[in-house]
Structure formats: structure tokens, C-alpha cells
Design a protein around this ligand. Structure first.
Ligand code: ADP
Ligand code: TRP
Length: 327
């Protein structure tokens, strides 16, 4: 059976972008693939979080994963820092990565611009750590959003290079995976490109109904359709993207027609979107609350997940050491 692995940095609560971009794909995959999900707490060190935040955030995110429908019986969930084998592979892989190519990664350049006083080596080698996360399980498929394509290309490069240097066919080249065949980009409600924590334009899975309605009703719009069958400007197309993701095809067709014959009222459109987002979010939010209060269960899930992940990584590392020449 093919192996799937993916993770998210625990730098904040999950939002609709994370859910539709990555987590929902995980959930659909767990039946068909040997799946492992993890919480990338080492990766979050690249932006220097406080110790108390690290401790708290793993459990918070774990409850959110479970609430989204990841079933630890089928898809073990572990915390990255519980599997030390990753570090050894990270070191080995780093020996084959070059400064120039790491410096050219867009996410590195962006982070370097955003935090000019903290352009640390961890930020530079972020793609190597991500490659180690994936290659330690010899995973073939990785469900992530579109913004991770370059990191995935680096992971494939790590695999290819290792195989080439040692003349082996050991690591498969991991592929980005989108369950619905193409990457989903959940837009922001402020008219800007994407929903993201650092953009401050998120609907969180923990938001209550009132907050969701308020956020949706405040979404940026324009004067309304002026000529029949015209193309939609980006801010309006973004609202239709929400219809496509969260609503029924009938609702989409209804509002599309209203747009085309210039009778669309944005207030009605927003109400529909808000209610349909609530239909997705409300049950997840209730489950987050239920899981969050069961700390023993959360700790057990993480402990059992770590056991499975360690066993999988240890088997890979044993081979890797032998291939490199260590006994
Ligand atoms: P953020 O951008 O809020 O910091 P992360 O970078 O932690 O989110 O992303 C975690 C996962 O969620 C990644 O797989 C990423 O591709 C996906 N993701 C984040 N925002 C979106 C979005 N707006 N649309 C689609 N996928 C997204
Ligand atoms: N870089 C990913 C993100 O920002 C998180 C991540 C770390 C990851 N290691 C990974 C995702 C391995 C998939 C596989 O969202």
C-alpha cells in the first residue's frame, strides 16, 4: 500500500484554508493509504516561539486534527519532536544540500524579508527537515497546499540525490497530492490573495457562529454587477470560490445566474456563504471542545502515534546508515 505523510506547523489554530487546502484531503486519504500525520513543532522553532506556546500548541492542534475527522486508529498522529530519527536523517540529507539552492527557495526569501533580524540556519534548511519528515517513512504522497510546491521539489531533489550518490533506488520521489486532482486555494475575505494566519484574514475552525457571520458580512465587495454576463472581479470571484467549496452546486448555479442577469445582492450571497460555512465549522468546533477536555486521550493518541512513526523511521534509518557506510 502506498504511504502518505503530512504535517502542519502548530503556530496557531486551524483555519478554513488549512482545512480545505490540506486537512480534508488527509481525512479522505486515510481509508485508502497507509497514512501518518504529524505536528511539525520543530519547524515552528524557525520563528522563535515561546516555550509555553510550544507546550500548549501540540495538544491544541491534535484536538483540531481529531475533530476534523482524522482517525488515529487508521492514521496515527504524532508530534515531530517525539521521533528523534528525523534529526539523524536531517543531518545526512543536509550534507548533500547546497547553500545556493537553499537560498533560492521562495519561502526562505520571504521569511528573510519578514524577519530580517532572525535569518537563522534553521530557516535556510527548513526544506531539508521537511524532506526528512517525508523520506524517513519513504512516503510516496504528500497532501499539502499549493504554497508547498517548492518545498516538495526540494524533497524530491533530496531523494534523487541520495539515490544517485550511493547508486541505490532507495527513496521514492514524493509527490504533492491533491485529493480533488487540483490544489485548492482558499481566498481571504479581505479581497487579498489567500486566507492565512499571517494575513490576519482567517475564519478559524474554533470560531462561533456569530463570529463567522460577522467576518463573512464584512468581506470586501464592489458596486455590484453592471453589465449582464460580465467577468467577475477578483474580490467577487473569491466569494464564489467559497460557494464552490462550502455550498451545494445548486446554490452556486443560483447565484451565478443572479450575477449574470445583474440581480445579485451581495447581502444575500454573504448570508448563504456564512450559513454554509457554519454547517462545516459548527460540528468540527463542537468536536474540538469535546476532544480538548480529554487530555488523557490526546496524550495517548500522541504516544501511540509516536510509536508507529518511530518504528517506521527506525527501519529506514537502519538502511540509510548501512548505505552511507556506517555500521
Ligand atoms: P498559514 O498560511 O495560515 O500560516 P500554514 O502555512 O501553516 O498556514 O499551512 C498549513 C497547510 O495548510 C499547508 O499544507 C498549506 O498549504 C495549507 N494552507 C494554508 N492556507 C491555505 C489556503 N488559504 N488555501 C489552501 N491551502 C492552505
Ligand atoms: N512546511 C509545511 C507547512 O508549512 C509543514 C510541514 C513540515 C510538512 N514538514 C512537512 C508538510 C512534511 C508535509 C510533509 O505547512
Amino acid at each position: 500500500m502506498e504511504k502518505v505523510v503530512s504535517g502542519i506547523r502548530p503556530t496557531g489554530n486551524l483555519h478554513l484554508g488549512n482545512y480545505f487546502g490540506a486537512v480534508k484531503s488527509f481525512v479522505k486519504m486515510q481509508d485508502e493509504y497507509e497514512s501518518l500525520f504529524f505536528i511539525a513543532d520543530w519547524h515552528s522553532l524557525t520563528t522563535s516561539p515561546k516555550p509555553e506556546d510550544i507546550q500548549r500548541s501540540a495538544r491544541v492542534i491534535l484536538a483540531e486534527y481529531l475533530a476534523c475527522g482524522i482517525d488515529p486508529e487508521r492514521a496515527p498522529i504524532y508530534v515531530q519532536s517525539d521521533v528523534k530519527e528525523t534529526l539523524e536523517l536531517y543531518l545526512f540529507l543536509n550534507m548533500n544540500m547546497y547553500l545556493g539552492e537553499l537560498e533560492r527557495v521562495t519561502t526562505f526569501k520571504e521569511k528573510a524579508r519578514k524577519q530580517p533580524d532572525n535569518v537563522n540556519a534553521g530557516l535556510l534548511t527548513y526544506p531539508t527537515l521537511m524532506a526528512a519528515d517525508i523520506l524517513q517513512h519513504r512516503a510516496q504522497k504528500v497532501p499539502v497546499g499549493k504554497d508547498q510546491e517548492q518545498n516538495m521539489e526540494m524533497a524530491r531533489r533530496c531523494a534523487r540525490r541520495f539515490n544517485h550518490i550511493y547508486g541505490v533506488d532507495f527513496f521514492p520521489e514524493p509527490q504533492n497530492f491533491y485529493f480533488n486532482a487540483e490544489a485548492v486555494k482558499v481566498p481571504g475575505l479581505d479581497g487579498s490573495g489567500k486566507m492565512g494566519k499571517s494575513e490576519g484574514n482567517c475564519i478559524y475552525l474554533r470560531d462561533d457562529d456569530k463570529t463567522i457571520r460577522r467576518k463573512v458580512m464584512r468581506a470586501v465587495t464592489d458596486l455590484g454587477p453592471q453589465t449582464p454576463n460580465s467577468e467577475r472581479p477578483e474580490v467577487i470571484e473569491n466569494l464564489f470560490t467559497f460557494l464552490r467549496i462550502c455550498s451545494t452546486p445548486d446554490a452556486y448555479a443560483y447565484f451565478d445566474e443572479k450575477w449574470n442577469d445583474c440581480s445579485l445582492r451581495y447581502g444575500d450571497l454573504k448570508k448563504q456563504i456564512a450559513e454554509d460555512i457554519i454547517k462545516t465549522v459548527a460540528p468540527i468546533r463542537e468536536r474540538i471542545e469535546a476532544f480538548s477536555s480529554d487530555v488523557d486521550f490526546l496524550d495517548r493518541v500522541a504516544r501511540q502515534g509516536a510509536e508507529v512513526a518511530r518504528e517506521s523511521a527506525a527501519a529506514t534509518l537502519k538502511e540509510v546508515r548501512r548505505i552511507i557506510g556506517f555500521r
